[in-house]
Design a binder for this molecule. Structure first.
Ligand SMILES: Cc1cc2nc3c(=O)[nH]c(=O)nc-3n(C[C@H](O)[C@H](O)[C@H](O)COP(=O)(O)OP(=O)(O)OC[C@H]3O[C@@H](n4cnc5c(N)ncnc54)[C@H](O)[C@@H]3O)c2cc1C
Length: 648
């Protein structure tokens, strides 16, 4: 591999989105898609890797349609997928509040919030489907919060001026996942879905140019197995843990998408990472995880720092006149509810000015004193109680009495496998859904949009578009495990694991992961420079070389071995990190969460360069020691015209 440079390949001419009026495109696509006769569906097997909201929804729906589904996750139960951690809510254009919301406004806000780096057709479809998601989940019994009169309640999230976020206290992901899980369980009981928990996909099987299966490892026994199907769906979540410290679940990883990339699936916008503004600041080097405080807290919490640099008085002793409610000051229309990229950067700026609070000055206050005065403590507890309890358990500070301290942290990856309108990757027969694809969020995800996208993909989009692939593709017999292409892929996997066990060095997987993560946060994190990215690109191959000389994996491959699992995931992070840095280096504009210090407006805000960079960067894996190949998908804006984003 050679990531010091890249080649430019053929542009992506067609994303398969139908043309015509934008509001009719999805209906048209569904109508034009070929269907598989219900009686023939049981003859088709589909592999779904992942049981989060995207995978759980897809497995349940495909099973209900009559397909045979082989479903995988590395947790002991499908309902432990990372989606369970989602706190704040899910967007939908229901307009129950009659506050001016509509499908068009959700579409508009999402395209704008993504800083004009998402596809209009996809985002419009997402906004249309959002209303169906709520109906589906209510029918499943998901206990969304309700108002006194019985209607579903909503709250506001950053980057919008309507209240369209449906929630279940601070446990929205958990409740939605239980809904998907019960639908999946029904199919498991009915025999249409076969569940393989504690089984990790380690490679994709591509035969004659088509995705036909996966290589997986049983995490308890270490047994390597092959599984075959007519199509493979990756719903394997995001890769934010490449940064080591993130709000993601500890086991979230990039192996499935990276291995698929190595087998021919292009990777879209790998450097687009979301940094979330409201996380509990890190406390030291011992930490292996960061905790999110839901964005919903910005509805009622006010963010501030002392006006004077170096002011170390406790917050209660700093009078109002000496506080800077900087988001309300700089962005009066949106105030504390500016989008995440803007809130994160503003927090970094005030900390860089020496006005940060808490240990190391890496924090800002999120203060509920006003809300408690206005609404009463009980009302605040009703809405945010579990988040306050969680904060208190972690910091030993009572947020009802003293302001929370928060700081930005890596949270979500907008990048992922490139997919067309049908959610097909560039490997025929391989689909990617949920956070695993490069998604509909552009360069910045508005809060409460990931759950919407995961469920839209899983319950509605994939089940319609996969029919078309299966109906039109003469697949013939499934390959046998002895097929030479299959045997080669299995041998590669086994060799990699054996090599990891054989090195017997002196450094733990975590020590390499931490080193890589710190490098990525420093040079490919919230703000980036050409110089820093070049440094990272020089350093990552050195870390990789050292990794293969000094990694220590105790135990064997034939047993439960978490060191082996981690080390194998780090192999993939060490390659993905390079692609992320290269992507960030080539995009010399600032855009959404991707802030290039060399590209800013006179006011210091992100300066996009639409003429040069109004495209999706889809990367092809380098072959034969050559450089990666960049394919550009031009983005066309017919309905929401790119402007400098302003939230002032
Ligand atoms: C703390 C936190 C709070 C959040 N809150 C919100 C919110 O309020 N609203 C919102 O919209 N979004 C929120 N998000 C984002 C959102 O939760 C995620 O983007 C979304 O849940 C991802 O769902 P998914 O189905 O794509 O993947 P995941 O839920 O990550 O599921 C991945 C699945 O893939 C499986 N898997 C992965 N790799 C392999 C492999 N190699 N082999 C086998 N199985 C594999 C895993 O076992 C798992 O089942 C939050 C994120 C975090 C971190």
């Amino acid at each position: 591999m050679n990531y010091t440079d890249y080649e430019t390949g053929a542009p992506i001419a067609d994303t398969k989105a139908p043309d015509g009026p934008i509001a009719e495109r999805w209906d048209r696509r569904r109508f034009e898609a070929k269907l598989v006769n219900p009686a023939n569906r049981r003859k088709h097997t589909v592999i779904v890797v992942g049981t989060g909201l995207a995978g759980g929804a897809a497995g349940a729906t495909l099973g209900e349609q009559g397909y045979q589904v082989e479903q995988f996750c590395y947790q002991d139960s499908p309902r432990r997928a990372h989606s369970i951690a989602a706190q704040g809510g899910i967007n939908a254009a229901k307009n129950y509040r009659n506050d001016g919301d509509s499908v068009h406004r959700l579409f508009y806000d999402t395209v704008k919030g993504g800083d004009f780096r998402a596809r209009e057709s996809n985002v419009h479809r997402l906004a249309q489907i959002s209303v169906e998601i709520i109906d589906q989940c209510v029918a499943q019994g998901v206990p969304f919060a309700r108002e006194y009169g019985g209607l579903l309640d909503t709250r506001s999230f950053g980057g919008v001026q309507v209240s369209r976020t449906f929630y279940a206290r601070g446990q929205t992901g958990q409740q939605l996942l239980l809904g998907a899980y019960q639908a999946l369980s029904r199919q498991i009981a009915a025999g249409t879905v076969t569940m393989h928990p504690r089984t990790e996909m380690l490679d994709l099987i591509v035969v004659d140019g088509r995705a036909r299966g996966i290589v997986a490892r049983d995490l308890i026994t270490g047994e390597i197995s092959t599984h075959f199907a007519d199509a493979v769906v990756l719903a394997t979540g995001g890769y934010g843990n490449v940064f080591y410290l993130s709000t993601n679940a500890m086991n979230s990883n990039a192996t499935a998408v990276w291995r698929a990339h190595r087998r021919g699936a292009w990777f879209g916008n790998p450097c687009f990472t979301q940094i979330h503004p409201t996380c509990i600041p890190r406390t030291g080097d011992h930490q292996s995880k960061l905790t999110l405080m839901s964005e919903s807290l910005r509805n009622d919490g006010r963010i501030w720092v002392p006006k004077a640099p170096g002011d170390s008085r406790p917050p209660g002793e700093i009078p109002e006149s000496e506080r800077d409610y900087y988001l309300e000051r700089i962005y009066p229309s949106f105030g504390n509810l500016v989008p995440r990229d803007i809130a994160s950067r503003a927090a970094k700026n005030v900390c860089d000015e020496g006005r940060g609070v808490g240990p190391g000055g890496q924090g800002v206050y999120l203060d509920f004193a006003d809300a408690i005065r206005r609404l009463g403590r009980d009302k605040v507890a009703e809405q945010y109680g579990n988040l306050f309890d969680m904060y208190q358990r972690i910091t030993a500070e009572d947020p009802y009495e003293v302001p929370m301290r928060i700081y930005p942290a890596v949270h979500y990856t907008m990048g992922g496998l490139w997919v067309d309108y049908d959610l097909r990757t560039t490997v025929p027969g391989l689909f990617a859904i949920g956070e695993a694809n490069f998604s509909d969020h552009g360069a910045n995800r508005l809060g409460a949009s990931a759950l919407m996208q995961g469920l839209a993909d899983g319950y509605f989009v994939l089940p319609s578009t996969i029919n078309d692939y299966l109906a039109r593709t003469p697949l013939g017999d499934r390959p046998a495990a002895s097929h030479p292409e299959v045997a080669d892929i299995v041998a590669e996997t086994e060799d990699r694991l054996n090599l990891l066990l054989a090195v017997d060095g002196d450094r733990t997987p975590d020590s390499f992961h931490r080193e890589l993560g710190e490098l990525m946060w420093e040079y490919c994190g919230m703000s980036r420079t050409e110089e820093g990215l070049r440094k990272a690109l020089e350093r990552i191959p050195q870390i990789r070389e050292e990794f293969w000389q000094r990694i220590k994996v105790p135990g064997t491959g034939d047993e439960f071995n978490q060191s082996l699992e981690k080390a194998n995931r780090i192999v993939d992070y060490l390659e993905l990190a390079e692609l992320m840095c290269l992507d960030a280096l080539h995009r010399t504009e600032s855009c959404g969460g991707h802030f290039r210090e060399e590209s800013r407006t006179p006011e210091g805000e992100a300066a996009r360069r639409d003429e040069e960079f109004g495209y999706v960067a889809a990367w092809e894996f380098p072959r034969d020691g050559r450089a990666p190949v960049l394919h550009k998908e031009a983005l066309v804006f017919e309905h929401v015209h790119p402007t400098q984003r302003s939230y002032a």
